[in-house]
Design a protein around this ligand. Structure first.
Ligand code: NAD
Length: 422
């Protein structure tokens, strides 16, 4: 597993359960509800055989975990990563359930992961692996059952292969089986930007609440993929100073503000943020987290903020673009230090929100305009931010506990109404 592994002595799934238990203490939940919500509904493990370009056969271990669907079909991304494992996927599936509930969209939570290194695979190998994985999990996915989406190192092309394979199996085109598809295949306008834009929208709301002017606000962002790169663009366009950006190889830092477009162009061209003519000092990913700034947005992997570095963090706001970047113990330290935490299930919920718009459009054969999507996204995220903040203020808890209280209580109410079969 990657950095999130056993961070502060807890596995990702344990950390997730711990957070829910903390939030449950602020709700009047019957114990059976908590017990039910802390376990997943279904966990599928498959071994995916792929004929590699060198003529050999490789078998990849892959997972689809469905945590809960009482509020609607399972929903969640698929990640391709060498350290993807069942514990991690389980934790991420659970987070998806609360996230859908925080933004109040009618989805449950799931997640997928394939243990592979996509950087070392050819496009043909990736396609073969994706198609066989889709075939293996096809009995448990579907537009009314479980709808995958992109996550770390998966993209619209991977979604297109999933959609095509599933459609062939069903004998008809089924665009609604995945979201985050290319526009040509029923993808939604605004989906690619949605998660990063949501990080910006929620951070802007937090800054307004704290009285921090957005113009000139210093922002350090870890990761510059779909979430971090897009968020960097939105911050930069709003007049913030994006002082640091990183990828898995390097981090770049300029206290006067980076030329975000130039850094992202370097990332595209040279597969590294530290390219020619980037006016910045090279620092490490660990140093990036400890920079003097107003906003720190971890937008790469989980478990990067732990008790080892929490006390060194100087940001006033942490916007969790990534899923699970902060361990529960670090979370407490940051809260006590007065850092305003925008938890993952709120800060990065823009992605699942526009995924929902994509799914709705697919099911109804509609095409919404970018403007319409932008307005709906803003409305949903601002409402969710206000609801979470109101709970935090009312119960005098941190924003993560408040967001979990909101999400878990919505799911628990639905579960109670449905009851346990038989
Ligand atoms: P991505 O593959 O597009 O980008 C990942 C980025 O992280 C890349 O810039 C990569 O270089 C960087 N990275 C990888 N390993 C790193 C390391 N060890 N240190 C520093 N940087 C590293 O993935 P993404 O879709 O942007 O996802 C990033 C995070 O956001 C994940 O935690 C994911 O679960 C979460 N997330 C994604 C979405 C979405 O819509 N894509 C939605 C919600 C949450």
């Amino acid at each position: 597993m990657d950095a999130k592994v056993m961070a502060d002595g807890l596995s990702p799934a344990e950390a997730c359960r711990r957070q829910v238990e903390v939030a449950a203490a602020y709700m009047d939940l019957e114990p059976w509800l908590v017990e039910r919500l802390l376990v997943t509904n279904k966990e599928v493990t498959v071994h995916v055989p792929v004929k590699m370009d060198d003529g050999g056969l490789r078998i990849f271990t892959a997972y689809r975990v469905q945590h809960n669907d009482v509020r609607g079909p399972y929903k969640g991304g698929i990640r391709y990563h060498p350290e993807a494992d069942l514990e991690e996927v389980r934790a991420l599936a659970m987070l998806m359930t609360w996230k859908s509930a925080v933004v109040n969209i009618p989805f449950g939570g799931a997640k997928g992961g394939v243990q592979c290194n996509p950087k070392e695979m050819s496009a043909r190998e990736l396609e073969a692996m994706t198609r066989r994985f889709t075939w293996e999990i096809s009995p448990v996915i579907g537009p009314e059952r479980d709808i995958p989406a992109p996550d770390v190192y998966t993209n619209p092309q991977v979604m297109a292969w999933i959609m095509d394979t599933y459609s062939i199996l069903k004998g008809q085109t089924v665009p609604g089986v995945v979201t985050g598809k290319p526009l040509e295949l029923g993808g939604s306008l605004g989906r690619f930007e949605a998660t990063g834009k949501g990080v910006f929208i929620t951070t802007r709301a937090a800054a307004a609440h704290l009285g921090i002017p957005v113009r000139g606000m210093r922002v350090a962002i870890q990761g510059c993929g779909n979430v971090g790169g897009v968020a960097a663009r939105f911050f930069s366009r709003a007049g913030c100073k994006v002082i640091a950006l990183s990828d898995s190889k390097a981090a770049v830092y300029n206290p006067q503000g980076l030329d975000v477009e130039h850094v992202l162009a370097c990332k595209d061209q040279y597969a590294c943020v530290m390219g020619p003519k980037v006016k910045a000092e090279e620092i490490t990913n660990a140093e990036l987290l400890e920079l003097e700034c107003e906003v720190l947005a971890p937008c790469a992997l989980g478990g990067v903020i732990t008790t080892a570095n929490a006390a060194k963090i100087k940001a006033r706001i942490i916007a969790e673009g990534a899923n699970g970047p902060t361990t529960p113990a670090a979370d407490q330290m940051l809260h006590q230090a007065g850092v305003f935490m925008l938890p993952d299930i709120l800060a990065n919920a823009g992605g699942v929100t526009v995924s929902y718009f994509e799914w709705v459009q697919n099911l109804q054969n509609l095409l919404w305009s970018e403007e319409e999507i932008g307005q709906r996204l803003e409305g949903i995220l601002q409402k969710a931010f206000a609801e979470v903040l109101a709970i935090a203020q009312d119960k005098k808890v941190d924003m993560r506990t408040a967001a979990l209280t909101l999400g878990v209580s919505r799911v628990a109410r639905a579960l109670k109404l449905r009851g346990i079969y038989p």
